[in-house]
Design a protein around this ligand. Structure first.
Ligand code: ADP
Length: 739
C-alpha cells in the first residue's frame, strides 16, 4: 500500500476532528496513522495557532472571522493556518480561543449560534464578564483555566450553562493550551460539546430506576407514591407533586398522596388540595387531564382562571404547573401533578419523563388491584371450602388426582395417599362396572363437565363410603386442556337412607298387595255367606211369616235390606280392588268409541231423566278401555243422579289439549258440591247424602281415582254449589314412538 503524503492542510483537518471530540484511536484508525504521529500533528497545529497570537506582527487587513489576529500570507504554515481557520469557522460545534490573560480572542459561528451572542461583543472579555449573570459557571471555567495555566495540556469537564433562550444546557468543555514562539503557554483553544440529550436520558433513567425500586419495594400505592413524587421533584428541581385517583365512595377524583419541599405554605396548599373531589372535565389542570387523557402545562398559574386551586397555589409561591395522566392502556386511572416555583416553559422531555412515570404507576395500581382481587377471590374460596362439607380436588391432563383438600379425609376417614397421582378408575368401586368406568372415562376424554358421579369406596372403619363427585375441565389462556377440577361430597348417609327407604317401600308394596288380596278374598268369600243370610231370611219370612208378629216381620225386612246393602258394598269393594289387580295393559284406544259404549249402557238412565249428553270430538288415548269406560260411566252416571230438581240434566264431555296430556271434563248442571268436600268425595265410601236422597255406596269416585292413578293422570272437581259440577281428569298423550 503506498504511503499517503500528508500536506499541512490535511493534517490540520485531522487534528480538528480530534478537537471536535472524536477519540484519538478512532482518528488514527480511520486515517491509518500512528497515535504518536497524530499527537505530534496536534502539537504542531496548536503551536502554529498559538504562535500567530504571540507574533508581534499585526495581521493583514483581511479580517478573519474566527480570529481577527490570525490572517497571514506567505509560507506553507500560514496556508495550513488559513485552512484551519476556515474549517474551525464552519465546524458545527462551538470553538473559542482565549489568551493567557484570560481574555477571549475569538470564536466560530457555531459558538455564536449556541450562546446567541455576537462574537464582537465577546472578544476581549473574561469569563467573569461574560457570565456575570451566572457566577457559579464563571467560577468553574475560571478554576479550570487556572489549572491549565499551571499544568499545560488538555482538560475536559462538565458544566451546566444557561443559553440564549434561558434554558440550561449540559455541556462537556474541552480545552487545550498552546504555546507561543517563546515556548511558553500563550493561550487555550476550547470546544463545547452539548451533552444535554445524553444527560437527560441518564437523568430519566435514574428517575425511572428509582421509581421502579420504590414500587417494587412497596406493598401499596399509597406507600410508594410520596417516594415516587420525591424522586421526580428532587431530581428535576420541582417544588411539589401529587397523585390523584378515583375515590369510589366520594364519587370523584381525589388527591391521594403528595410530596413537597419543606415549606409551610406549600404544605398548606397541599392540605387544601386534599379536601375536594373533582370530576373529569375540559378545564382546570387535573380535571382537564382526566377529561382528555392528555398532559396539561400551565406556565403561569396566576393567569389561568379555570384552575380552581390557582390562587391558593400562587399564594404558596408556586408559578408553573403541569399534570399528566396515569394510564393503563386506554384507561385513565388518575393523574400526577407537579408545581415549580419559577416560571417553566412546556418541556417535551420533562413531559415524556412524567408520562413514563405515570405509566409505571398505572401498571403498579393495576397490579395491586389485581392482587387485591385475587386475594379476595382466594379468601372467598378458602371460606367456601372451610365452611362447606364438600372437598375440592384437581386432576392433571392425564386425569391423575393432583390435589385433594383436607376436608376429604375429615369427611370420609379415608387416607388420600393411595388416590393421589392415580386415575379415578385405578381404584376399585364396587358399584361400578367396567362399562360404567368406560363411559366416565370417555366423558373426560371429551373434556365435558360431569355431575354427581357416584362411587363406592373401601373405608378403614366402615363397610364402605359413598362419594359423589362433580367436575369441570380446566383450560389455559391458549384454550389448551389442563385437567379437571371439582368438588366431592360424602353421600354415605344418603345412600343408607335410600336403602332404608327402598326397604320400607318394598315392604309397603308387599303389604299393599297382601291387603289387595285380602280385600278381594274377603269380598269374594263374604258374598256366599251373605247370600245365605239373604235367602234364608226370605225363606223364613215365606214359611213362617204368618206366625210371626208385626215386629218380627219388620226386623226380618231390616235383615234383608242390610244383606242387600252389604252385598252391594262388597260388590263395589270387589270392583274397587279389581282396578289394581284385574287391570289390562294400557294401549291406544279411541276415547270416542269408549264413550259411545258408555252412553249405550246408560241409555235407560238418560231417557228416564230426560238428560242431554253432548261431547267434543274425543282423541285417541293410551288406556285400559274397560277402566276408561268405568270412569266415564261413573262420572256421567253421577251427573244424571245428582241432577237438580227443576231442570233436566245437561251433560257435556269435553277435552282440551294441555301440552303433554289431554284434559277431559265432564260438566253438569246438577246440585253441585260445596268446596270443603272437593277432596273427600274421592275417598272410599265417602258420600254427602243419605241413601234415601240419592242411592249409592260412595265408591264410584274412589274407583275413578284409582283408574286415573293407574293411568298416571290426575282427577279433581270444580263446582258452584247448587249450579253444577265439572269433573276434570287428565291422561298422558300418546308419545310418537308409542303410535
Ligand atoms: P255415590 O255416587 O255412590 O254416592 P260417588 O263416589 O260416585 O258415590 O260419589 C261420592 C259423592 O260425591 C256423592 O255421594 C255425591 O255427594 C258427590 N257427587 C258425585 N258426583 C256428583 C255430581 N255430579 N254432582 C254433585 N255431587 C256429586
Amino acid at each position: 500500500m503506498p504511503v499517503r503524503q500528508w500536506d499541512p492542510a490535511s493534517k490540520a483537518k485531522v487534528v480538528l476532528e480530534g478537537l471536535q471530540g472524536k477519540p484519538e484511536t478512532a482518528i488514527c484508525k480511520r486515517h491509518n496513522i500512528k497515535p504518536a504521529e497524530y499527537r505530534s500533528w496536534r502539537k504542531q497545529f496548536l503551536a502554529k495557532i498559538a504562535r500567530s497570537f504571540a507574533s508581534p506582527r499585526r495581521p493583514s487587513t483581511e479580517r478573519s472571522p474566527v480570529l481577527p489576529s490570525l490572517a497571514r500570507a506567505g509560507d506553507e504554515s500560514s496556508e495550513a493556518l488559513r485552512v484551519a481557520q476556515e474549517l474551525i469557522e464552519v465546524l458545527p460545534i462551538p470553538v473559542f480561543f482565549k489568551a493567557r490573560d484570560g481574555k477571549h480572542l475569538g470564536a466560530n459561528k457555531a459558538w455564536e449560534a449556541y450562546f446567541g451572542v455576537e462574537r464582537e461583543s465577546f472578544i476581549g472579555k473574561t469569563v467573569n464578564e461574560l457570565f456575570s449573570h451566572a457566577p457559579e459557571v464563571a467560577a468553574k471555567h475560571q478554576a479550570a483555566d487556572e489549572d491549565l495555566w499551571r499544568n499545560p495540556g488538555t482538560r475536559s469537564y462538565e458544566l451546566q450553562v444557561p443559553v440564549h433562550d434561558g434554558s440550561i444546557h449540559h455541556t462537556l468543555n474541552y480545552k487545550a493550551t498552546f504555546t507561543g514562539p517563546d515556548g511558553k503557554v500563550a493561550g487555550l483553544i476550547g470546544t463545547i460539546i452539548d451533552i444535554t440529550e445524553r444527560k437527560r436520558a441518564e437523568q430519566r433513567q435514574a428517575i425511572e430506576h428509582r421509581v421502579t425500586r420504590l414500587l417494587s419495594e412497596s406493598e401499596t400505592v399509597a406507600g410508594a407514591m410520596p417516594g415516587v413524587l420525591a424522586a421526580f421533584c428532587e431530581s428535576l428541581g420541582w417544588a411539589c407533586g401529587t397523585r390523584w385517583s378515583m375515590d369510589a365512595k366520594a364519587g370523584g377524583f381525589r388527591c391521594e398522596e403528595a410530596w413537597s419541599i419543606d415549606d409551610p405554605e406549600i404544605a398548606a396548599f397541599l392540605a387544601a388540595s386534599h379536601e375536594s373531589t373533582y370530576q373529569p372535565g375540559q378545564a382546570g389542570l387535573v380535571r382537564r387531564v382526566l377529561g382528555t387523557g392528555q398532559p396539561v402545562w400551565i406556565v403561569d398559574i396566576a393567569a389561568e382562571e379555570s384552575f380552581l386551586r390557582g390562587r391558593q397555589a400562587a399564594r404558596a409561591g408556586l408559578r408553573s404547573a403541569f399534570a399528566l395522566p396515569i394510564r393503563l392502556g386506554d384507561q385513565v386511572l388518575g393523574a400526577l401533578e407537579f408545581f415549580h416555583r419559577d416560571e417553566r416553559l412546556p418541556d417535551e422531555w420533562l413531559l415524556k419523563t412524567g408520562v413514563a412515570i405515570g405509566n409505571q404507576v398505572g401498571s403498579f395500581m393495576a397490579r395491586k388491584q389485581a392482587e387485591r382481587e385475587l386475594r379476595q377471590s382466594e379468601e372467598r374460596f378458602r371460606s367456601l371450602t372451610a365452611l362447606s362439607s364438600d372437598w375440592y380436588w384437581e386432576q392433571d391432563e392425564q386425569f391423575r388426582l393432583s390435589f385433594l383438600s383436607s376436608r376429604f379425609v375429615e369427611r370420609t376417614g379415608i387416607d388420600p395417599a393411595p388416590y393421589l397421582g392415580r386415575r379415578r378408575w385405578d381404584q376399585p368401586a364396587p358399584n361400578l362396572t367396567e362399562a360404567d368406568w368406560e363411559r366416565h372415562r370417555a366423558q373426560l376424554e371429551r373434556h365435558e363437565p360431569f355431575f354427581d358421579f357416584e362411587m363406592e369406596r373401601a373405608s378403614p372403619d366402615a363397610d364402605s363410603v359413598w362419594l359423589s363427585v362433580s367436575g369441570e375441565p380446566v383450560f389455559d389462556e391458549g384454550r389448551r386442556f389442563r385437567g379437571y377440577r371439582g368438588v366431592g361430597t360424602d353421600i354415605t348417609e344418603r345412600k343408607r337412607a335410600q336403602g332404608v327407604l327402598r326397604a320400607a317401600y318394598d315392604e309397603l308394596a308387599r303389604s299393599n298387595a297382601e291387603l289387595q288380596q285380602f280385600a278381594y278374598v274377603a269380598s269374594h268369600d263374604l258374598q256366599e255367606p251373605l247370600r245365605m243370610i239373604g235367602s234364608y231370611t226370605q225363606l223364613l219370612e215365606k214359611r213362617y211369616g204368618a206366625k210371626l208378629d208385626q215386629d218380627a216381620r219388620e226386623f226380618m225386612d231390616f235383615i234383608v235390606d242390610g244383606a242387600t246393602r252389604m252385598k252391594q258394598l262388597i260388590e263395589d269393594l270387589l270392583a274397587y280392588s279389581h282396578v289394581g289387580t284385574r287391570g289390562k295393559e294400557l294401549r291406544p284406544v279411541q276415547a270416542q268409541a269408549v264413550l259411545d259404549k258408555v252412553l249405550i249402557n246408560l241409555r235407560g238412565a238418560v231417557e228416564q231423566s230426560g238428560a242431554t249428553v253432548t261431547h267434543d270430538p274425543l282423541p285417541e288415548v293410551n288406556a285400559d278401555d274397560m277402566q276408561l269406560a268405568q270412569l266415564l260411566q261413573n262420572l256421567i252416571g253421577n251427573a244424571i243422579k245428582f241432577r237438580g230438581k227443576d231442570e233436566a240434566p245437561r251433560i257435556h264431555v269435553g277435552v282440551e289439549d294441555a301440552g303433554d296430556e289431554w284434559r277431559f271434563t265432564v260438566a253438569d248442571n246438577g246440585i253441585g258440591i260445596e268446596p270443603q268436600y272437593f277432596e273427600r268425595i274421592f275417598m272410599v265410601f265417602q258420600r254427602l247424602h243419605t241413601r234415601d236422597e240419592y242411592p249409592g255406596t260412595g265408591i264410584g269416585l274412589a274407583i275413578c281415582k284409582k283408574v286415573i292413578d293407574r293411568h298416571d293422570g290426575r282427577i279433581w272437581v270444580e263446582s258452584a254449589y247448587g249450579k253444577g259440577s265439572k269433573f276434570y281428569f287428565t291422561l298422558p298423550k300418546i308419545r310418537k314412538e308409542e303410535t
